[in-house]
Design a protein around this ligand. Structure first.
Ligand SMILES: Cc1ncc(COP(=O)(O)O)c(C=O)c1O
Length: 388
């Protein structure tokens, strides 16, 4: 007799770990009537009036047939123009593939350029989904660089192994911005070593205190060694519409378009029409989102008094900070969630040096942040006294 335990799962799936905040969230929801979720990178901000208006108009005029695989041509041209103005790139519609968010853009890019034997170099700590995507490839080495020192001086690999170097500036989860000089050196390094820089620019427009990030594309205008992973999720506050893009050299984009036949085929019509209408106003919309995120961050910095629990600091950009916590991060988050309903993301899910940190999101609801500050200020972690 055979004892079947379910379908046999591909061995690569054993390398994938569920983001730990999901368990913490379930735990909080099962025990507390009020849950303050500061663990996810969503934008709980009323959409900008221009976005709401565009959604209304787009829903009236949209045909619901398949759009082109690469995205509406008009939108590809508009994205190319936006990249020329915001990053100084020298690109056209043929350099753009519209995708279902940065998530699909990243996976499709890896599927298009990554070969067995290649190496992917991620920041440490890193956004967990980058690790998940990298782990879907067999015979690819994953290395890390520290965010505490110059990126360009840490990424050299072996001569016969091609490297894909991921930058994410401002960073999820640390909120750090790579200084322009370091980015320029990294582009020089990629050029000399035939490496590829994959630049996740999900948060490029969300920065604080004048810490303006720079795209590697600003030093590689025709994107010969650079793949830009773009997203309208955060800078327009439209996470649910699933709109992003890949920008790179035209051959890469045309190959990525073929890969795209096997993923989502095309991006949704409604979302594309919304971005077509709102992209000309992106500066205004992004400033609205940025100001709301900064307001929540300031509320937190002003009200928070428990440096003994969380070593908080001002991030340079993104939606997050990633403070040190003198406990095992999962246990700390679990007890905090059980006792208070406040959900933070345990750092153990964010790469080799994520442990002993937690990620706090300032895209969370203002009310939740206000209540969470009070609850954390009064939190006494009983079961954690001997954990340090
Ligand atoms: C660094 C980073 N890249 C990509 C994504 C995914 O973005 P999208 O909604 O465009 O798929 C996120 C979402 O939180 C992110 O933080």
């Amino acid at each position: 007799m055979s004892w079947k335990t379910g379908l046999k799962i591909a061995s690569r799936i054993s390398r994938i770990v569920e983001p730990p905040h999901r368990r913490i969230l379930k735990e909080a929801a099962s025990r507390r009537s009020a849950v303050m979720n500061l663990s996810v990178g969503d934008i709980f901000i009323e959409p900008h009036p221009l976005v709401k208006d565009a959604v209304r108009k787009a829903s009236e005029e949209s045909s619901l047939t398949y759009p082109p695989v690469e995205g509406f041509n008009e939108l590809r041209s508009l994205i190319a123009e936006y990249l020329m103005e915001s990053r100084g790139l020298d690109v056209k519609a043929e350099n753009i593939l519209v995708t279902a968010g940065a998530s699909e853009a990243f996976l499709v890019s890896l599927m298009t350029v990554l070969d067995p034997g290649d190496r992917i170099v991620l920041p440490d700590p890193t956004y967990p989904q980058h690790t998940i995507a990298a782990n879907l490839f067999d015979d690819v080495t994953i290395d890390y660089y520290s965010q505490d020192s110059e990126v360009s001086s840490q990424v050299a690999g072996e001569k016969d192994r091609r490297s894909l170097i991921l930058v994410c500036s401002p960073n999820n989860p640390t909120g750090k911005v790579i200084p322009p000089r370091d980015m320029e050196k990294l582009v020089e390094h990629a050029r000399e070593n035939d490496s590829i820089i994959v630049s996740d620019e999900t948060y490029l427009e969300i920065f604080f205190n004048g810490n303006k990030p720079v795209s590697p594309g600003s030093f590689d205008a025709s994107l010969e060694n650079t793949i830009i992973i773009g997203s309208f999720s955060k800078n327009m506050g439209i996470t649910g519409l699933r709109l992003g893009f890949v920008a790179s050299d035209k051959n890469m984009i045309s190959r990525a378009g073929m890969v795209r036949y096997a993923t989502s085929l095309t991006s949704n019509t409604l979302g594309q029409r919304v971005v077509l209408k709102t992209l000309p106003f992106i500066d205004e919309i992004t400033e609205y989102v940025r100001m709301n995120v900064e307001k929540r961050l300031r509320m937190f910095m002003q009200g928070f008094r428990r440096m003994d629990l969380l070593n908080v600091y001002e991030p340079q950009g993104s939606l997050y900070m990633f403070p040190y916590v003198p406990f095992k991060s999962f246990k700390f988050c679990l007890e905090l969630a059980r006792e208070t309903g406040v959900v933070l993301a345990p750092g153990e899910g964010f790469g080799p040096h994520g442990e002993n940190h937690v990620r706090i999101s300032f895209g969370a609801k203002e009310e939740d942040i206000k209540n969470a500050i009070e609850l954390i200020n009064n939190f006494k972690p009983k079961s954690l006294e001997n954990e340090q």
